[in-house]
Design a protein around this ligand. Structure first.
Ligand code: AKG
Ligand code: FE2
Length: 395
């Protein structure tokens, strides 16, 4: 019996750029994310940027309908498009002030207190075969994303730690395969009464991605879980209606799944996650930003040097006024990054206005002060030496 399509959820427009409030999301979008677990938003990015991101990414992946595409059976870009990517547009989207602003609104923290942990465009294809069998992602089982993002379990619903995003580069009418999700109805929603472990891959259950095989497996080994999912998750699914540039803001604890694309179609989207700086148990999915600093393209060095203070913070760079900054580290980082255009002024300024260091426990001057005093004495000494050495020649 063919499955009935789930009811659609349509995107709502973001705040117009340049509006006085400077905010990116409307209050209702923030409320929906905080209470119902999702906000589906249009118009966050300029259309031109979204088009460019697609144009710069698509050629790096197998073409729609190609034999190679039949072998792409899971999430990801196989490393080739992990942030920082060869596509300027993908990188620009990742650190776009409107996106960072939206995430900061959702989590209720400053942009400086956000950290990027995932940014990667990846393709999905409407394939003839389910080449990966139980692990195939064409028709996914209902799942939550937290198991491979965090070492723990998402904190209580009202203390969200991270925002995950699917930014679509296609219209759902063209590619099919709408993402489905289960909106949380409120604090008493049985689907969201934790712990969220009634899913393959967790709590002793094997990992199975394919919906049919996952539910059959659960039916066999944990029939109560299969029944619970059949009653509480699948019937309540809603489908994401998207066009290029629509962004689904969701959470690591939102039930959702990918559904089969139209045969022969390709869908490209950019997956991103930002966590709160204090949630270290949420891992960075990629190799890490410093690892990319040696790339011949210098893409990472430039992003860091030419980015804003906020954008650098999102990559883990210490903010102005952070204890990392001392006379020594300011000079050293300047030496490393100024040749690439880095402006150290905000860091210098915060340092020059730093409060006096409190004395050590025994009343002795603090380490920082001693270091400064040492540096001053060293300078005096070398000036004296220079004068002594110059002396005889001058005289
Ligand atoms: O393909 C989709 O629409 C959703 C993908 C997804 O949820 C996942 O890969 O974890
Ligand atoms: Fe997912």
């Amino acid at each position: 019996m063919p499955r009935e399509a789930s009811p659609w959820v349509h995107p709502t427009p973001a705040v117009e750029p340049g509006t006085e409030s400077g905010l990116a999301l409307h209050a209702e979008q923030v409320r929906s994310w905080r209470e119902n677990g999702f906000a589906l938003v249009d118009g966050l990015f300029p259309a031109e940027l979204v088009e460019r991101a697609r144009a710069e990414s698509a050629p790096l992946f197998p073409a729609a309908g190609s034999p190679e595409s039949e072998a792409v059976t899971d999430y990801g870009s196989k490393g080739i498009m992990e942030f920082p990517t060869p596509s300027d547009a993908i990188n620009e989207i990742t650190l776009h002030p409107r996106l960072l602003g939206a995430v900061s609104q959702l989590l209720g923290v400053r942009v400086r207190d956000l950290r990027l942990t995932q940014s990667e465009p990846w393709p999905k294809y409407g394939r003839q075969r389910r080449a990966a069998g139980r692990l195939d992602n064409q028709d996914q089982r209902m799942h939550v994303d937290y198991p491979n993002h965090t070492l723990t379990h998402p904190a209580d619903w009202d203390s969200p730690e991270a925002v995950e995003i699917l930014l679509y580069f296609d219209a759902v009418e063209d590619c099919g395969g709408a993402t489905e999700f289960v909106p949380r109805s409120g604090p008493d929603d049985p689907a969201y009464r934790g712990p969220l472990v009634r899913t393959p891959g967790l709590a002793g259950l094997e990992f199975v991605n394919d919906r049919t095989q996952a539910e059959a497996y659960l039916h066999e080994v944990a029939p109560d879980i299969a029944q619970w999912r059949a009653a509480n998750l699948y019937p309540r699914a809603r489908s994401v209606q998207h066009r290029p540039g629509s962004a689904l803001f969701y959470r690591h604890d939102l039930w959702h799944r990918g559904t089969p694309l139209r045969p022969g179609a390709m869908r490209l989207l950019q997956n991103m996650t930002f966590r709160r700086a204090d949630c270290e148990w949420i891992s960075t999915l990629h190799q890490g930003w410093a690892w990319a600093m040696y790339r011949p393209s210098k893409v990472m060095v430039k992003l860091l040097a030419l980015g804003s203070v906020e954008q650098r913070c999102v990559l883990g760079f210490p903010e102005p006024g952070h204890a990392y900054w001392t006379r020594g580290s300011l000079d050293a980082v300047r030496a490393r990054l100024e040749p690439w255009g880095m402006d150290m002024a905000p860091y210098e300024e915060a340092w020059s206005q730093r409060p006096a260091a409190p004395p050590g426990p025994d009343g002795s001057p603090a380490f920082d002060q001693l270091r400064e005093e040492n540096a001053r004495l060293r300078e005096e000494l070398s000036a004296l030496r220079a004068r002594l050495e110059d002396g005889p020649r001058a005289g």
